[in-house]
Design a protein around this ligand. Sequence first.
Ligand SMILES: *[C@@H]1O[C@H](CO)[C@@H](O)[C@H](O)[C@H]1NC(C)=O
Ligand SMILES: *[C@@H]1O[C@H](CO)[C@@H](O)[C@H](O)[C@H]1NC(C)=O
Ligand SMILES: *[C@@H]1O[C@H](CO)[C@@H](O)[C@H](O)[C@H]1NC(C)=O
Length: 955
Amino acid sequence: MGLKVQIFLLVISIRSVVTRVEAYNQDFAPLKSLLDDWNSTLSSWISSNPCADNWEGIGCTNSRVTSIKLSSMNLVGELSGDIQSLSELQTLDLSYNKGLTGSLPSSIGNLKELSTLILVGCSFTGLIPESIGSLRQLVFLSLNSNSFSGPIPPSIGNLTNLYWLDLADNKLSGTIPVSDGITPGLDMLVRTKHFHFGKNQLSGEIPPQLFSSNMVLIHLLLDSNQLTGSIPSSLGHVQTLEVVRLDRNSLGGPVPSNFNNLSQVKELFLSNNKLTGPLPNLTGMYSLSYVDMSNNSFDASSLPPWVSSFPSLTTLKMERTSLQGEIPVELFSLSGLQTVILRNNQLNGTLDIGSSHSNQLQLIDLQYNLITEFTRRAENNIETKTIILLGNPICEETKTTTEKYCTIQQSNISYSTPPHNCKPASCSSDQISSPSCKCAYPYTGTLYFRAPSFSNLGNSSVYIPLQEKLMLSFNLHELLVDSVSLSNATKNLEDYLLLSLEVFPSGQEHFNRTGISWIGFVLSNQTFKPPPNFGPFFFIAAEYSHFAEVSKQTNKSSIGIIIGAAVGGSVLVLLLLFAGVYAFKQKKRAERVTKRNDPFASWDCSKHSGGIPQLDKARCFSFEELKKCTNNFSEKNAIGSGGYGKVYRGTLPTGQLIAIKRSQEGSRQGGNEFKAEIEMLSRVHHKNVVSLVGFCFDKSEQMLVYEYVPNGSLKESLSGKSGIKLDWMRRLRVALGAARGLAYLHELVNPPIIHRDIKSNNILLDSHLNAKVADFGLSKVMSDADASHISTQVKGTMGYLDPEYYMTQQLTEKSDVYSFGVLILELVTARKPIEKGVHVVREIRQTMDKNKELYNLQGIIDPNFGLGITLKGVEKFVELAMRCVEESRADRPTMSEVVKEIESIMVLAGLNPNADSASTSASYEVASTGSGHPYSNESLFSRSEGFPPAKLDPQ
Ligand SMILES: *[C@@H]1O[C@H](CO)[C@@H](O)[C@H](O)[C@H]1NC(C)=O
Ligand SMILES: *[C@@H]1O[C@H](CO)[C@@H](O)[C@H](O)[C@H]1NC(C)=O
Ligand SMILES: *[C@@H]1O[C@H](CO)[C@@H](O)[C@H](O)[C@H]1NC(C)=O
């Protein structure tokens, strides 16, 4: 009996050893070593397999750790040099862990795959290691708001893929390194868009060699350092610059005259230096909106004429700049002007702010000048503004000393997110009532905007788009965020705009660790982009100490078992262990070989857990699964066909209806292209965009699985084929939905997506007649977020194609706007864009007469529209369409402007733009035939047929 039992036990332990070896992960030890140095409770970091067991903050590909995102985890301690063993690491985000101290280990240079390194808002000290220059894949480097000291390592110049370089707010000293043929330097970073070096102790001259015309810098921030010498004229060659901050240094000499060439610069800070010579001529910098030249030693002069010529100027600050003479009244007629600060000059004569000044004008501070008169006009409404003339002769006469303008007035207007139509809840002491009036523990911190283009901090309409964009960014990542609140807008000594941010959890009182680390990442990695008027920003989180408790995972596979088994076994077991390792290696080798041939190998379709890193929700289906749910792709389930292949309706075991687009032989894409398309589609989640449920790449099949959209395409409804009646109100709703979907693709998906084939066939209607943008077969991803266009072969559909794109082959979002304009005209006329050789745009242009009723378009408007009943807003709708189809794309609105315009037309027509469509329109008839399904249209399949460039109707 003894023998039998022993053999039985032996077999069991062998099994256990072999499986344990496979479950053990080579990145376990280095991760554990990192954790041992951090005094933290990452409760999921227990098992021996960080990849299979979903450790908090750890992302894997092919069983190797590729990302560590531990923003705001209250880590305390140092960063272990063992991090170098995580050789496949691509993303490391340890932002907002104030307790992380010590130096950045030099061994970090061994992480050859690292593309994102974010340590913002920790407490690292010491030198930035020279080895950082070995991270050749690095795209995003953010070391700001630490206590790094010593020089900027010249080796950073080797990081030629770098897009974002933020070293601000440290204790860096020495000169800015440039290359000299032997050592590298920052002049080599010709692909970098952001140099953020402010708030350090950098000294010496700004090297002229740093700048050249082949650079693509947009933000140059050198403020609050100890730089000397003059501003190099080479800076005038960097035509891409949008924000220039050289303030708070000791720069001298005159401003180089070619500064005037920097026509894209919106925010210019030269204040608090020792600049001399004449006031620079900035006439050519016509994009300027915020100018601060205060506290320099310029030659005495009157206010230069250019100050009144910038159409976007909001803020002019020229304190102590030896200005004399009178202030030209034209200055105040700039339509966006908000703030004028000209303290401590010799401005004299009369202050007259004219009768047609900007209604945004809030502050005119002219303290300590020589002004003797103030022209008061009834229309100036000076009660609503702050005008300060204290220290001028006018305030020394006894009759005026009691005037309000002779006192210092504090403006204490400040914005704070109001509750969303509810009464704030009264919460226990440490909880806070959210804007939706629920008590919770918010994640908090401060947003720092380094160069906003506005200065009216009390105007709430500035903050609402910021709030919306924050919410949308969090929703995009499916983070459980209920609402965000902004408050306490202030400017600090460095002229940064500070805003307190509170992010509230949804459906619970606390965030869990994963939620926090993702929110932190969205903010630290600049995934969230504020509206352009806020300029460059960074965020510093406060400590979050209210993490939701997660149930501790059981210690299912610890190394203890391996050791126990090995000790308990025998030599035979060791031999078998050896064999197990060998088998494991063979398996790995085989995997590597398959990976080379199959781009999907890393997605591992056999498991649905964590193995599909880029995919958010999209599922990998096997051929068998899809075969089953379409009844073996039966003809009965075929709901459309085209050059691409066929479309089948299917039902998943869960009951969910799906539409499966199955490509036929000969029209399949390359595996990598197919994969790229799936990755793109799985990043988009919006109620006005058809969502991808999954895909199948199996047995040489290529299939895309979409949600099933029951009411077919807009085209079928407009042509009467589907049986759905679209009255004016429904058409407005469809337009709004499609516009919102498109605005989402352009402005919220990161990187943005250009659809390239907007037309009525590609707008589908769901059971509530909500519009959904479909078919991304021709779509392009703007992977370089700052490029103005992509050059690409012209594709699209005749009649909808943007003429400028057609001529220049340069694709921009505005090409979709053009197609959308044609779509609106289609909604209005129910005609094809080109009928009998005439393009609808031309026909409307010729017929339209704004002096006549309905703009003289009765003959063209679709009779099914409900003519006879009042059609409020139709004219505005047509006008909007005509703006979308302007010849020059600069004249076309953006999609979010289109959304706003449609919303206002709906309000005009008496509709609520935010109500659900079906509930606000009379009931509709739905065709009972199967023809109403969305994918039946031939045009959906135009993609792989080498679609010929469309011919444009000459107009
Ligand atoms: C300033 O520059 C503009 C060109 O940008 C030029 O037309 C103008 O004459 C210059 N003004 C002065 C005073 O030099
Ligand atoms: C204002 O100052 C300028 C230059 O210093 C001088 O030429 C002018 O006469 C002064 N005007 C008045 C009204 O005092
Ligand atoms: C507030 O800002 C909006 C948009 O930026 C602007 O249209 C409006 O005039 C501003 N209001 C005031 C009082 O400045």
